[in-house]
Design a protein around this ligand. Structure first.
Ligand SMILES: Cc1cc2nc3c(=O)[nH]c(=O)nc-3n(C[C@H](O)[C@H](O)[C@H](O)COP(=O)(O)O)c2cc1C
Ligand code: SF4
Length: 414
C-alpha cells in the first residue's frame, strides 16, 4: 500500500498533450554508448528498459549529438540520429516499444555538440550566420528522425555550444545572434520553432535550462551559500529568457545550473556528496511564478517528503531522479509499494558513473554494478545459498529484494 503522504508524486501530469502516468522522471545521463552507426544498442535498450520497468513516468535519454561546429556531423560514441537515420530509427523503434510496454514515455535529449569546450566557446563567435542556420536545421532534421523512431518528445540541451551563444560573457558576435538577450537566445527560439514546424505543434519540445551559472571571477564555480558576483547567467536573465522561450513554443523547462568549465569541476551540473538536497529548488520555484508550462527538476531530489512538499506547494511539476535511478532502477515502484526501506540509495559520490564516463571507461554505479550492464550482470542469481556461516545478509536495506543480496536474488556479496 502506498504511503498516502507521497500520493501526489503518482498523479498523472501532461506535457503539451502528452499524459505521463506519474510525476517522476529520469533526467538525461549520457551513460550508454551507441554502435558504429550512432544507433542505440541492445545494452542501451536493456538499461532504459530496467528503469521503465521500475515505474518511472518519463525517461529523458542521455544527450544525442546533433552536429558539431559549422553544422558538421560528428562521429563518436553518443547516439546520433543524423549519422545513419535508418539504423537509428530501427533501433529507436525497438527501444521506444520496450519503454511504452511499461506505460513509460521517453524523450531524446538533443545537444549541439560535444568535443573540446575551448573549441566550442571559441567556435560560437567564429560561426557564420549560415553555419548557425545549418545547426538549427540539423536540430530539426534530428528531431524528425527521433519522432519517426517513436520517441514521445525532445529536450534541447542548452549547455556547451549553446551556452557559448547564449551567455553574454562568451558571445562576442555583432550579428543578430549576439548582443541583447533576445539575440543571444535567438538560436534556441529558432530551434524550438523549427522543430514544431517539422514535427507538429503537439510534439513536446522541452529545454534543459541552465538558470544560473554560479561562475565567479577567475573562472571557478561558487559553492552553495558563497557570496560572489555572478559572471555568467543569473536568475533574472533566466526568467526574462524563459518568457521568450515559451513564446517560441517551449513546452516545459527542466531546470539545472552551472557551466561546463575548462579547468575546474562543473559541480553544479553534477551536485556532489557535500551539496544539500534539492539543489535547484529555489531556482525552479521562481521560474514557476513566471511560466505556465511544466517545470521539471532533478538535483538530489530522492527524498520523497521534500519532493512531495515541493509539488504540493507549487514549486515544481515533476521530480527528477538521475543518479538515484542508476543506483536503484526500481525506486519509483518501491516508493509506491511502501518498500522505501529497500531502496538502494545513491551516495552522490560520482565515482562509478560520472568519473568513469570522463575517464572514457564504461559508466556504471558504485552501489549497483549491474547498472549499464543489464545484459551481463556482475552477480548471478544464487540458486543454492549457504544455509549458515555464509557471508550473506538477507534482510534490511541490502535484503532479499530483486537485484539484492539473498536467496533467489542476484546477490551482492558484502
Ligand atoms: C553520469 C552522468 C551523465 C550525465 N549526462 C547528462 C547529459 O547527457 N545531459 C544533461 O543535460 N545532463 C546530464 N547529467 C546531469 C543529470 O541530468 C542531472 O541533472 C544531475 O545528475 C543531477 O540530478 P541527480 O542528483 O538526480 O542525479 C549527467 C549526470 C551524470 C551523473
Ligand atoms: S556512482 Fe555514486 S553518484 Fe553515481 S549513481 Fe552510483 S552512488 Fe550515485
Amino acid at each position: 500500500m502506498m504511503d498516502k503522504k507521497i500520493g501526489d508524486l503518482f498523479k498523472p501530469v501532461k506535457i503539451n498533450q502528452l499524459e505521463l502516468k506519474n510525476r517522476l522522471f529520469m533526467p538525461a545521463m549520457g551513460i550508454v554508448t551507441a554502435d558504429e552507426n550512432g544507433a542505440y544498442t541492445k545494452a542501451a535498450i536493456a538499461f532504459y528498459g530496467a528503469r521503465a520497468r521500475g515505474g518511472v513516468g518519463l525517461i529523458i535519454t542521455g544527450a544525442n549529438q546533433v552536429a558539431g561546429l559549422a553544422g558538421k556531423k560528428t562521429v563518436c560514441s553518443f547516439p546520433t540520429p543524423l549519422a545513419n537515420p535508418e539504423a537509428y530509427t530501427s533501433a529507436g523503434l525497438e527501444l521506444t516499444r520496450a519503454i511504452h510496454e511499461q506505460g513509460t514515455k521517453i524523450f531524446v535529449q538533443l545537444a549541439a555538440s560535444w568535443g573540446s569546450l575551448a573549441e566550442q566557446y571559441k567556435g560560437c563567435n567564429a560561426m557564420t550566420t549560415a553555419q548557425i542556420q545549418g545547426l538549427v536545421a540539423a536540430f530539426a532534421d534530428s528531431a524528425k528522425i527521433v519522432q519517426a523512431a517513436g520517441f514521445d518528445g525532445v529536450e534541447i540541451e542548452t549547455g556547451e555550444l549553446l551556452d557559448g551563444l547564449t551567455l553574454a560573457h562568451l558571445n562576442q558576435r555583432c550579428d543578430g545572434y549576439g548582443g541583447v538577450l533576445q539575440n543571444r537566445f535567438r538560436i534556441v527560439c529558432e530551434i524550438i520553432s523549427v522543430i514544431k514546424t517539422v514535427c507538429g505543434s503537439s510534439f513536446p519540445v522541452i529545454l534543459r535550462f541552465v538558470m544560473k551559472s554560479y561562475l565567479k571571477e577567475g573562472g571557478h564555480q561558487a559553492l552553495p551559500d558563497e557570496t560572489f558576483v555572478e559572471q555568467g547567467r543569473d536568475r533574472e536573465e533566466a526568467l526574462a529568457a524563459a518568457v521568450l522561450l515559451v513564446a517560441a513554443g517551449c513546452d516545459g523547462f527542466d531546470v539545472t545550473a552551472g557551466i561546463s568549465m575548462f579547468e575546474s569541476a562543473s559541480y553544479w551540473k553534477y551536485p556532489p556528496v557535500y551539496f544539500g538536497k534539492g539543489v535547484y529548488l529555489e531556482l525552479c520555484e521562481v521560474l514557476k511564478k513566471v511560466v505556465a508550462v511544466p517545470v521539471l527538476v532533478a538535483g538530489k531530489m530522492a527524498d520523497p517528503e521534500l519532493a512531495t512538499e515541493a509539488l504540493k506547494t507549487g514549486r515544481l511539476d515533476m521530480v527528477g531522479l538521475g543518479r538515484p535511478l542508476l543506483a536503484d532502477p526500481e525506486l519509483p515502484d518501491k516508493l509506491k509499494n511502501d518498500q522505501s526501506k529497500d531502496i538502494r540509495p545513491c551516495l552522490g559520490c560520482n565515482d562509478g558513473c560520472l568519473a568513469q564516463l570522463i575517464a572514457g571507461h564504461e559508466a556504471s554505479c558504485t552501489v549497483n554494478p549491474d547498472c549499464n550492464r543489464e545484459l551481463k550482470p556482475m552477480f548471478k542469481t544464487v540458486t543454492n545459498p549457504p544455509k549458515s556461516g555464509g557471508n550473506w545478509r538477507r534482510s534490511g536495506r541490502y535484503g532479499s529484494g530483486p537485484g539484492q543480496c539473498g536467496a533467489g536474488s542476484s546477490g551482492h556479496p558484502l
